[in-house]
Structures are given as C-alpha cells and as structure tokens.
Design a protein around this ligand. Structure first.
Ligand code: CMC
Length: 433
C-alpha cells in the first residue's frame, strides 16, 4: 500500500509547502493520501461527482477504463461470463476466491434455503398500487426486511453479517418476481429450490400455478450471464450509496434499499429502461439522424442512452458479452428480424464513427443491449432495472461487508465549499420584504 513517494502541495500566496504520501495499489493509478490535508492546511479538496477521489480501499473489483478491462478478484469478466456462473461469481465476490466443488454445493444449498420470504411480507405488496413502478416496490420491501430479520441485524457479528448477505442474495429474485406478479395481477409463485438461481427466477416471473413451467435452457443461461455481468462494478453511485449508508452502522437491509434507490436513476441502472424507451421513441432508422442531432445539440438535454461511462473510455467489456448474448437469445427464440435490435446496431455503428462520440470517447455500455434481451425474453420494460438490482445486490453486500470489516473505515462525512449567506441577524416577519 504505502510507497516511498510523496507529493508536495504549495500555496502560491504564502509559499508554504506540505508533503502528502502517495499510496500504491496492486494495479491502477496511485492515490494521494489527503487524510491529513484539513488538519495540516485548513483546506478541503473539492471534487463534485468524485471524479478524482478514491473513497475506500477495496480488493473486490478492478476496472481499467482506458483498456476496457473489468476484473472481479482478479478474474476477467469475459472469462467469468464464458466459463463460470452467477453462484460462483457471488461466492467469489463475497469470499475472495472461486469455490471448490464442495464449497459451491454448500453455497448453493445455503442460498436455496433462504429463498422464501416471511409470509407476512405478502401484505406489503397488497398495500401498493398495481401500477406502482416495481423499483419503488422493491425499495420498500427490501427496506422492510429489517423489520422481519431481527436475528441478523447485529453488524458487529461476522456470522450475522454473512446470514444477512445470504438472505439478501437469496430473496432478491423472490422479491423482484413478486413485484412483477403483483403488477400483472397474477398469483405469487413460491421459489423452487431444485432449480438454478436464474432458472428459479425465470419460473417465479413467468410460471403460473396452473401449469408446469417449461424452461428454455438458452434463456436460463442468458439470464445467468446477465446476472454475472451486473454483479459488481467497483465504487459506482449505488455501491457508494450502500457504503455511505452502512458507514453509520445502519443494518444491511436498509443499506441495500438505499442502493436500490440510487440505482434507479437513468444515469445509472435506470439506463436499460431508458434505452428501450429511446429506441421505441426513435422508431425507425430514418429518424436516427434527427435524434443524433438533438443529442449533439448543447441546448438540448437529450442523451444517447446506453452510451458513455464515467470510467470506461473504451468499449465496456460487459457490452461486448451482452451484444453476443443478445444475438444468441434472439436466434434461440427464432426472432430473425428484431426492428429494435436492427435500430440499436445501426445507431451503434453510426455513433462509433461520429466525431462527437469519438472525441468524447463515448462507447456502448452494459445497458445498450441488455434491454433488447429482456424484451425478447418477455420482461416488461419497467422490470429492467429491477433485474439489475437483483444481480447487483451481490456486489453491494460484498462491498458492505468489506467496509464493515475494514479497520480504517469511518462514518462517511464529506465537507463542502460553502457559498451561501454568511451570518446575519434574524429579521422579524413584519420587517421582511
Ligand atoms: N450522449 C451524449 N453525450 C454524452 C453522453 C451520452 N450518452 N454521455 C456523455 N456525454 C457527453 C456530455 O454531454 C459531456 O459533453 P461536454 O464535455 O461537451 O459537456 C461529455 O460527454 C462528458 O459527459 P459527463 O456527463 O460529464 O460524463 P459523466 O462521467 O459524468 O457521465 C454517464 C457518465 C454514464 C452518466 C453519461 O455518459 C450518460 O449520461 N450516459 C447515458 C446514460 C447511461 O447509459 N448510463 C448507464 C451507465 S453504465 C451502467 C451503470 O453504471 O449503471
């Protein structure tokens, strides 16, 4: 961690200088340790959007944005997507190593024993409007889990932390599928524990009690891969939200509910829903030019959804896998010509050659193709971000545990550059203008 390097800060107004240590990770940019900056200089750093700020030390996920590389515990996402499965990746994120065959069997057994929800939770669903957005429902229900699992709320007990992690990973598909079933007016489907994680989720989404659910193995595999691709992504907005909420000692269910709320926004996980809405709005390839002119117009706030990333200044490696999976799913479902996929591919080709996107290094991100797969599988648009939340819960809870177990972690408390009124006397109401 510590290197022999330091950097010197000098104040041009008075010639004072201060030295700050430089810390080196195992790979990636070094960081300047500014923990003593305020104490030494009386100044804060200013970095809205945290574009240059490392908020924690982590061993879970590494991204090289220039090269388009994503590693989980050192394993490349492309290799994991090809050779691994979601349960292994969940174990890897939580425990640091890929499981042995025995560890994997134990882990799957444990997760499958936690898939059911307390029966009383169904009454929560019935309190929501049927047309509620499923992200709103999931946010509420996940937060409410802390009212049901008092036996695992002691964050200082490693065993209870692990049980909470298992519960969250196991119950998220059930919670998400129930949100969908409620909106469709169909009966809730109980989990079936002999199915794979992805298979059980699909059955809870699309099965009905009146019929046997027939699994399409290509869709099951695609769902598993989509879950893997979304499992974790370093210190993004929702993960940072989970860590910040957890830094005060809040329970893990409350923290994950906070993560779901942050994920919902269209700049983050909500982008997969926004991409599909955008493609439907464009409607036809003849409208691409007009749409892209709006995107490039500084006075218009339209964005090409599914393009661009804070960290990737190259193709998002998850998008590469997603694009391939998209073609596999459409082929397996016998969808030869999907107008939205054609539109998406044409837009991608135009944007990748367009000076505006090239100069700003805007490439497709994970959300550009995921919506087309979801739509082909029959998942309604409003559920897209919920699927992201199901997968990301694994990363969130792994990052939350790492934070709690880090002896250096403190309550998150950023400061500010205050530009408001300075102190002034109270004005009585009759004297106000
Ligand atoms: N369409 C058009 N212009 C864009 C886009 C886009 N999708 N993304 C960035 N830009 C422009 C932006 O206008 C700005 O131009 P200028 O320098 O002239 O002001 C420049 O590129 C830099 O953009 P920024 O907003 O400062 O970059 P950021 O790092 O703050 O934003 C982002 C990253 C992902 C929010 C943004 O690229 C975006 O809004 N993309 C569309 C939404 C999206 O697809 N989000 C999913 C992200 S991946 C999944 C996830 O992490 O949840």
């Amino acid at each position: 961690m510590s290197s022999n390097r330091s950097v010197t800060l000098s104040d041009d107004s008075n010639g004072k200088t201060w030295k700050f240590p430089v810390l080196a990770g195992s790979t990636g940019p070094d960081v300047i340790d500014v923990r003593k900056l305020y104490g030494d200089t009386g100044m804060f750093t200013y970095d809205p959007g945290f574009t240059s700020t490392g908020s924690c030390e982590s061993k879970i996920t590494y991204i090289d944005g220039d090269e388009g590389i994503l590693l989980h515990r050192g394993y490349n996402i492309a290799e994991l997507a090809e050779r691994s499965d979601f349960m292994e990746v969940a174990y890897l994120l939580l425990n640091g190593e890929l499981p042995t065959a025995e560890e994997k069997a134990d882990f799957i057994h444990t997760i499958s024993r936690h898939t059911m929800l307390h029966e009383q939770i169904t009454t929560f669903y019935r309190g929501f409007r049927r047309d509620a957005h499923p992200m709103a429902v999931c946010c509420g229900v996940v937060g409410a889990l802390s009212a049901f699992y008092h036996d695992s709320l002691d964050i200082n007990d490693p065993h209870q932390r692990m049980i909470s992690a298992h519960r969250l990973i196991a119950k998220m598909p059930t919670i998400a599928a129930m949100a969908y079933k409620y909106s469709a007016g169909q009966p809730f489907m109980y989990p079936q524990n002999n199915l794979s994680y992805a298979g059980n989720f699909l059955r809870m989404l699309f099965g009905v009690p009146a019929e046997e659910y027939v699994m399409n193995p290509v869709i099951e595999k695609a769902m598993d891969r989509i879950l893997m691709l979304h499992a974790d992504h370093e210190q993004n907005a929702s993960t940072s939200t989970v860590r910040l909420a957890g830094s005060s000692g809040a329970n893990p269910f409350a923290c994950i509910a906070a993560g779901i709320a942050s994920l919902w926004g269209p700049s983050h996980g909500g982008a997969n829903e926004a991409v599909l809405n955008m493609l439907q709005h464009i409607g036809d390839r003849k409208n691409i030019g007009t749409f892209l002119s709006r995107v490039k117009d500084k006075n218009d706030h339209t964005r090409l959804m599914g393009f661009g990333h804070r960290v990737y200044k190259n193709y998002d490696p998850r998008a590469t896998v997603m694009r391939k999976t998209c073609h596999e799913v459409l082929a397996s479902l016998g969808i030869k010509d999907d107008p939205l996929l054609d539109l998406a591919m044409e837009m991608e080709q135009i944007a990748l050659k367009d000076e505006y996107f090239v100069s700003k290094k805007l490439y497709p991100n994970v959300d550009f193709y995921s919506g087309i797969i979801f739509r082909a599988i029959g998942i309604p648009v409003s559920m897209f971000t919920v699927l992201f939340a199901v997968a990301r819960t694994t990363g969130w809870i792994a990052q939350w545990r790492e934070m709690i177990e880090d002896p250096q972690s403190k309550i998150g408390r950023p400061r500010q550059l205050y530009t408001g009124q300075t102190e002034r006397p109270y004005v009585p109401i009759h004297a106000r203008k």
